[in-house]
Write a protein that binds this ligand. Structure first.
Ligand SMILES: O=C(O)C1=C[C@@H](OP(=O)(O)O)[C@@H](O)[C@H](O)C1
Ligand SMILES: C=C(OP(=O)(O)O)C(=O)O
Length: 410
């Protein structure tokens, strides 16, 4: 097993070119393919999740391995259902434990031909593409928004368009809005018709030149670094649009409570410390699940008790993120509590920290990236299997070196 040790710098003054958003890349790639475009969107990420999508759409092999990419698994399931040919869609061991029944049932109810090749309800899937005849369905909105995005994106290809009714609480709604935005950018007519219903017109996509914005979820680790720095810290992040369609752009507002202000100049933001923060933080992360790990680590390291709700989807992501956070924060001396399957809180309870803590990353890029900045509050911190960052941010460790962190391979 590989392990690195991170030693923090004193002052930080740096400019970091973030990777582009894998969420936007993977939507633009699917829609671009459905639009029959011969050009690729620009500024595509070189992260694993986007690489596997490009590979799949370019070569369309009989067996498509999307590794750990949730978006690729869900979006390609819908895409392959309307694309001629038969393909097996598979992924990592963890991907084969991430549920997909809701999406498969929904596509089957539209007429799709999909079989489970191993376990009912989970990848791998064998999909034969065909014209889907039906156009209306009802599905749960409280498990993963990626199922809904996947269905929406094929809506313009269906003879009568698509009407979706979502049952229950809708989680990750900004990601559905992001899907609608990218679809509209490519000429589709798709919108919310009420709080729980969506409609897509049978109006085909047009190929358009497309430029992908930097990743706001990746920006969150730089907010965390500025918040936790014991010395002067100024970080500039180019490529983040003023009116971002990414739900995780909320990070800028949320970090005001944790002592970081955001100055905007064109498509660039500069983060600085304000030296004031809240005494306690409460927030419902139902719309920004990917930010939860960043805020758990930041708040604890700043000694800010918190209660974070809306975390139910964390259990079915790259790992059970609730369990992983509880286990790894304990190594740093913080006792977190889980309740109701969706709430994680810290009321200030401490325990003896490990003498030289080594953080396990559970094949989860966000465990590595959310814990790395905690080095700023220790003289050094170890991270196991640091390569996991390649899922969304392959140059994360190089960027830490640019900012002045020292990284030693153990
Ligand atoms: O649509 C997307 O691009 C994503 C949606 C979210 O998943 P859920 O809808 O499963 O919460 C998010 O966690 C994931 O990283 C990316
Ligand atoms: C949950 C994530 O990704 P996905 O579901 O697309 O694998 C993530 O990037 O945090």
């Amino acid at each position: 097993m590989k392990c690195i040790e991170i030693t923090p710098p004193a002052d930080i003054q740096t400019c970091i070119q973030l990777p582009s958003s894998k969420s936007i890349c993977n939507r633009a790639l699917i829609i671009n393919a459905l639009a029959g475009s011969t050009c690729r969107p620009e500024n595509l990420s070189d992260c694993d999740d986007t690489r596997v999508m490009i590979e799949a759409l370019t070569h369309m092999p009989e067996t498509i391995d999307i590794m750990a990419a949730g978006t690729a698994m869900r979006f390609l399931t819908a895409y392959l259902s309307v694309t001629p040919g038969t393909h097996v869609l598979t992924g990592t061991e963890r991907m084969r434990q991430r549920p997909i029944k809701i999406l498969v049932d929904a596509l089957r109810s539209l007429g799709a031909q999909i079989e489970y090749t191993e376990n009912e309800g989970y990848p791998p899937l064998k999909i034969t593409g065909k014209a889907l005849e039906r156009h209306s369905l009802c599905l749960p909105g409280n498990v993963s928004s990626q199922y809904i995005s996947a269905l929406l994106m094929i809506g313009p290809m269906l003879a009568h368009g698509l009407n979706l009714e979502l049952e229950g609480e809708i989680i990750s709604r900004p990601y559905i809005n992001l899907t609608l935005k990218v679809m509209k950018d490519f000429g589709a007519k798709a919108e919310w018709t009420s709080d729980h219903t969506l409609q897509v017109a049978p109006q085909p996509y047009h190929p358009v030149p497309y430029y992908v914005e930097s990743d706001w979820s990746a920006a969150s680790y730089w907010y965390e670094i500025v918040a936790l720095s014991k010395h002067e810290a100024v970080v500039t992040l180019p490529g983040l649009f003023a009116q971002s369609p990414q739900g995780d752009a909320k990070v800028a507002e949320l970090f005001e409570q944790l002592g970081v202000c955001t100055q905007r100049e064109g498509n660039s933001v500069t983060l600085k410390q304000t030296h004031t923060h809240t005494d306690r933080m409460e927030y419902n992360f139902v719309n920004q699940p990917d930010l939860a790990q960043t805020f758990v680590v930041t708040c604890a390291m700043l000694g800010i008790p918190f209660r974070f709700s809306g975390l139910q989807s964390l259990k079915i992501k790259e790992t059970d993120r609730m369990a992983a956070l509880i286990a790894e924060m304990r190594k740093l001396g913080y006792v977190l509590e889980e309740s109701e399957g969706s709430v994680l809180s810290w009321n200030g309870t401490r325990c003896a920290p490990d003498e030289s803590p080594a953080i396990d990353t559970y094949e989860d890029h966000r465990m590595a990236m959310a814990f790395a900045p905690a080095a700023l509050c220790n003289s050094a911190l170890r991270i196991r299997n640091p390569h996991v960052v390649s899922k969304s941010y392959p140059r994360f460790w190089e960027d830490l070196l640019t900012a002045g962190f020292r990284i030693t391979q153990l």
